[in-house]
Design a protein around this ligand. Structure first.
Ligand SMILES: NC(=O)c1ccc[n+]([C@@H]2O[C@H](COP(=O)([O-])OP(=O)(O)OC[C@H]3O[C@@H](n4cnc5c(N)ncnc54)[C@H](O)[C@@H]3O)[C@@H](O)[C@H]2O)c1
Ligand SMILES: [Zn+2]
Ligand SMILES: [Zn+2]
Length: 370
């Protein structure tokens, strides 16, 4: 079938709205009508070349929608189901899934190449197979995706809001609660308050942190973090480190979470300086794969027993944690509506990314027309 989608043709160029062809769902695949798609910074990395992919390429990895058709053998979802798409699939039985590490599922190996693990593609553009971000391509009205990317949610939850649980919420919340293992009474520094960092602040707050220092050069972001539970804020990482020590009688922060748009050596070093002995840095923000962003004194790391940990999807397990976060939303403990700064039409996607770059959005969300 035909679908309208935002396609990238070249690094440094805006998204182009194109007509693409969506293939029929094959075994264990489903056809989804996307209702909403979040504008995460990871798709911006495609635009800048920080995440190199073969173009043309269909964007979007934060999505929620309704199952329209199922291929042979599909058992996880049925036609009519409302689903949130996890940006990484979970097969349920590889070594990583079996050990509660679904965000490392082996079937996620091709999420950037944008085709299924067997090498087949869901989309064609101009008669040629075309990759789609995270095997989802949520910037398309329709897509064929694998059933293991889908998490069924209750019908009464608004898909326009639940969509944030496809990337931003689990990645941020989990960076604090799971990867960072934030404990009651902890002091936590969150570097960068965007769609991910805002949820790291919420996660740290729900985990019972005493002090949450939100760092962002943008005043609007710092103010918003304080509305979400940050107890303090700072305009730069050095000031945040000083604040962390002041608040802990010189000890330093228990956990520093890096959720800046583009991770740099500077910010990783600031995080290392902010944490206490045996404290932890959680590195969630991305940079170009060849950029060496971790330059620390190994001796400081050793003698102070500091830890540094990369985190993918907030170390969450999509099939369990997406439902858990939506239950927290239902109970009023996790704010989701407030995270959506603005809704856009698909045709307004470049405006959405301009707004993200200008620091105006926590999350912009595309609402698809059909
Ligand atoms: N590891 C994962 O699983 C995963 C998943 C999704 C996104 N990401 C990555 O997380 C990062 C954040 O994504 P986002 O959508 O929240 O981005 P965003 O653009 O919404 O937010 C980034 C924020 O960082 C702030 N910032 C920039 N430089 C800073 C600095 N030196 N100190 C403090 N703050 C600074 C910006 O002002 C902005 O508010 C991106 O690199 C994205 O690719 C990682
Ligand atoms: Zn994302
Ligand atoms: Zn798996």
């Amino acid at each position: 079938m035909k679908s309208k989608a935002a396609v990238l043709h070249e690094v440094g160029k805006p998204w182009a709205i194109e007509e693409v062809e969506v293939k029929e769902p094959q075994a264990n695949q489903v056809l989804i009508r996307y209702v909403a798609a979040g504008l995460c910074h990871s798709d911006m990395h495609l635009m800048t070349g920080d995440l190199p992919v073969e173009m043309p390429y269909i964007g979007g990895h934060e999505g929620a929608g309704v199952i329209e058709a199922v291929g042979p053998g599909v058992s996880r979802v049925a036609v009519g189901d409302h689903v949130v798409c996890a940006f990484i699939p979970s097969c349920g039985h590889c070594r990583w899934c079996a050990n509660g590490m679904q965000s490392l599922c082996d079937t996620g190996a091709t999420i950037l190449a944008g085709h299924f693990p067997d090498g087949s593609y869901a989309f064609q553009f101009n008669g040629r197979d075309t990759g789609a971000m995270c095997m989802l391509g949520t910037f398309s009205q329709y897509a064929t995706i694998h059933e293991t990317s889908c998490v069924k949610i209750d019908d009464d939850l608004p898909l326009e809001v639940a969509v944030l649980c496809g990337c931003g919420v689990p990645t941020g919340w989990g960076s604090a609660v799971k990867a960072g293992n934030v404990q009651v009474g902890d002091t936590v520094v969150v570097f960068g308050v965007g769609g991910i960092g805002a949820n790291a602040v919420q996660g740290a707050s729900l985990a019972g942190a005493t002090n949450i220092i939100a760092v962002d050069p943008k005043a609007n972001k710092r103010e918003f973090a304080e509305e979400l539970g940050a107890t303090h804020s700072a305009a730069d990482g050095a000031a945040a480190g000083e604040l962390a020590r002041e608040l802990t009688m010189g000890v330093g922060a228990d956990v520093a979470i890096i959720t800046v748009d583009v991770a740099t050596e500077e910010v990783v070093s600031e995080a290392a300086a902010a944490i206490r002995k045996a404290g932890m840095i959680v590195l969630t923000g991305l940079a170009h794969p060849e950029a060496l962003t971790v330059h620390l004194s190994g001796t400081d790391v050793t003698l102070m027993r500091k830890q540094i940990k990369g985190s993918l999807f907030g170390d969450c397990n999509p099939t369990e944690d997406i439902k858990k976060m939506l239950a927290l939303y239902r109970s009023g403990k996790l704010k989701l509506d407030e995270l959506i700064t603005r809704q856009y039409k698909l045709e307004e996607i470049n405006q959405g990314y301009d707004d993200l770059e200008a620091g105006e959005n926590i999350r912009g969300v595309i609402i698809h027309a059909h």
